[in-house]
Design a protein around this ligand. Structure first.
Ligand code: MLT
Length: 263
């Protein structure tokens, strides 16, 4: 991995290949490694940039609250630091998708297109926000294992859990080595993220919406509704996958993305 000084961070990222910049933005509470099958495939055609977001992987941890907007600002600064001046393809999963909406709100001119994977536009309910804040406190006291226990069953489909225990184990290891302060700060930021339902109905940028058939966090029905509400969105379901469609069904995911890039 490479690192660059970006705002108040040492930001770690993978950068491979050349051509169209493809920014791959991971979900919570993971790191760039959830994109392993896309890095491998698309570095042959694109300049793939897969960062670890603030508080995750090898990037600096900042305590307190990490908002989705702050992460979008970090990515904008990373692109500046890398000298990327041409429009980018921003591909974000779940929390990475929430960051994508904020990036589109602030830096729309930087976008060639958006790929919204297994993500949502609605804000947390008061109950969801409260349970995230409680989980943040628990993680600070006990370390990352409560978050691994809570999240892992929701991240993967039952198919994947049965057929690919290696993927589940790799995700568990990523979560367990994540700094509790980084997890807690992101949980607080997730709890206060804004509702983007109205925003996306006016977002003109070309968008590909992809969801796993068995996504337990952002359901196919909810994501189809998002795609339908957007002026310029295409829609794909990845069979057999849960919430981590790029990792669980890379064949369908990569094919959809490859077709979209050549449009
Ligand atoms: C993620 O995968 O980033 C999380 O599921 C997001 C969330 O909990 O809302």
């Amino acid at each position: 991995m490479k690192t660059l000084r970006v705002r108040d961070l040492e930001m770690a990222f993978v950068e491979e290949g050349s051509g169209l910049p493809l920014l791959l933005v991971h979900g919570f509470p993971l790191d760039h490694s959830m994109w392993r099958y896309q890095i491998e495939e698309f570095a042959q055609h694109c300049r793939v940039i897969a960062p670890d977001l603030r508080g995750f992987g090898r990037t600096t941890v900042t305590p307190g609250t990490t908002t989705m907007e702050q992460m979008a600002d970090d990515l904008n600064a990373l692109l500046d630091a890398l000298g990327v001046h041409e429009p980018v393809l921003f591909c974000g999963l779940s929390m990475g998708g929430y960051v994508g909406w904020q990036f589109a709100r602030k830096y729309e001119g930087r976008l060639k297109a958006l790929v919204a994977c297994d993500t949502r536009v609605i804000a947390d309910s008061a109950e969801q926000a409260a349970s995230r804040r409680e989980l943040a406190e628990r993680v600070l006291r006990e370390g990352p294992s409560p978050v691994a226990e809570t999240m892992l069953p929701k991240l993967f489909s039952s198919d994947t859990q049965a057929r690919r225990p290696d993927l589940v184990q790799a995700a568990r290891e990523v979560i367990l080595r994540t700094n509790p302060e980084g997890i807690a700060a992101a949980l607080r930021g997730l709890a206060e993220r804004p509702d983007m339902t109205e925003f996306v109905t006016k977002l003109e940028v070309s968008t590909l919406v992809i969801v796993g058939e068995h996504d337990a966090i952002s359901s196919p029905a909810e994501m189809e509704g998002i795609a339908e509400s957007m002026p310029n969105a295409a829609w794909v379901v990845a069979p057999h996958a849960g919430h981590l469609s790029p990792l669980e069904n890379p064949d369908v995911f990569n094919e959809a993305l490859a077709q979209y890039i050549t449009l």
